[in-house]
Design a protein around this ligand. Structure first.
Ligand code: OOG
Ligand code: MG
Length: 262
C-alpha cells in the first residue's frame, strides 16, 4: 500500500460522488502516480462499504477485461474484478435512464450463478462447472467515471470497473450441457447488428473467468459464496448508446435481452 487510509477514503468518496452526480473526473493516478493495485482495490472496497452502510444490497460480482476485444478497446492487459449493487439492476425489456449516467456503453456477457462455494488458489474450470447452478445471459452497462473512458488499470479498479447497470434475462442454461465456447452472441442497436462474438472470447471459456476470480479473491482470503451472480466479462467490444437507442443482445440457445435508453 502506498496511500494512507484517509486518502483511500477521500478517493472512494470522490469516485462515488462522480457516479452519483453523473459527473466525469480525471483518472486518479494523475494525482496519485505511485498508488499500487492494493490501493486500487482498497478504494473499490471502500466504495462497496459506503454503499452497504447506506442500506444498499450487494447483488453480485463481475470480471472485466477478460476478452481481447475489451483489452484492445481499453488499452489494458489484465482482467480485473468489481461488484454490483441492487440499485444497478434493471429488468429485461426495461428502460435505462441516460441522464443518470455519464457516457454509457453496453456489453453482452455470460453470467454464472453458483450453488456451492468456490475457493482458490488452484480453482479451475472443472471446479467452476461443478459449483455452477446455471448460466444466464446478461447485459452490462458500463459507465466509467473517467473523462472519455480514459483510464489505466489502477484507476478503473478503484472506479469499481465502470459498473453502473446490468440486466439478466433470456433463460437459464446448464453449463455442463452447453458448449460455452462456441455459444454465439449478437448485439443489435436499433435493429442493426453492431457486434458479434463467441463466448470463447472470454479467456477461452467463460468458466475460466470465474476460476480466475476465485483465485484472485483467494489472495485476499476471500471466496465466491454459494448463490453468487457473477458476470464473466464482455464477449464483444462495448458499444456506446444514446438517448432513444434500443439494444437487443441475442445469445445462442439462451434467448435474448432487450433494453431501451430513455
Ligand atoms: C472496464 C470494465 C470492463 C468487461 O466486461 O470487460 C468490463 C471498462 O471497460 O470500462 O466490464
Ligand atoms: Mg463488463
Amino acid at each position: 500500500m502506498k496511500l494512507d487510509d484517509k486518502t483511500i477514503q477521500n478517493l472512494a468518496s470522490h469516485l462515488e460522488q462522480a457516479e452519483i452526480n453523473a459527473q466525469d473526473v480525471v483518472k486518479i493516478t494523475d494525482a496519485h502516480p505511485d498508488m499500487d493495485f492494493e490501493d486500487a482495490y482498497a478504494i473499490q472496497y471502500a466504495i462497496r462499504k459506503a454503499k452497504l452502510s447506506r442500506g444498499q444490497k450487494f447483488a453480485g460480482l463481475k470480471m472485466g477485461l477478460t476478452s481481447r476485444a475489451k483489452m484492445t478497446q481499453m488499452g489494458v492487459e489484465t482482467p480485473i474484478f468489481g461488484f454490483m449493487m441492487d440499485y444497478m439492476a434493471r429488468g429485461d425489456g426495461g428502460e435505462i435512464r441516460i441522464d443518470e449516467l455519464i457516457h454509457p456503453k453496453v456489453e453482452p456477457e455470460i453470467a454464472f450463478v453458483t450453488k456451492s462455494d468456490l475457493r482458490g488458489p488452484g480453482c479451475h474450470i472443472g471446479d467452476v462447472l461443478a459449483a455452477t447452478d446455471f448460466v444466464v445471459p446478461a447485459m452490462e452497462v458500463i459507465d466509467s467515471r473517467y473523462r472519455d473512458f480514459k483510464f489505466d488499470l489502477k484507476s478503473v479498479i478503484a472506479d469499481n470497473t465502470s459498473s453502473s447497470r446490468f440486466v439478466a434475462g433470456g433463460h437459464a442454461g446448464n453449463p455442463r450441457e452447453l458448449d460455452l465456447r462456441t455459444l454465439g452472441v449478437v448485439l443489435e442497436k436499433n435493429g442493426e447488428v453492431v457486434a458479434t462474438g463467441a463466448a470463447a472470447a472470454v479467456l477461452g471459456h467463460p468458466a475460466n473467468s470465474i476460476a480466475m476470480l476465485a483465485n484472485m479473491l483467494a489472495e485476499r482470503d476471500e471466496h465466491i459464496p454459494a448463490g453468487t451472480f457473477i458476470m464473466t466479462g464482455a464477449v464483444t467490444e462495448a458499444v456506446a448508446v444514446q438517448k432513444g437507442d434500443s439494444i437487443n443482445a441475442r445469445f445462442q440457445g439462451l434467448g435474448s435481452i432487450s433494453v431501451r435508453f430513455v
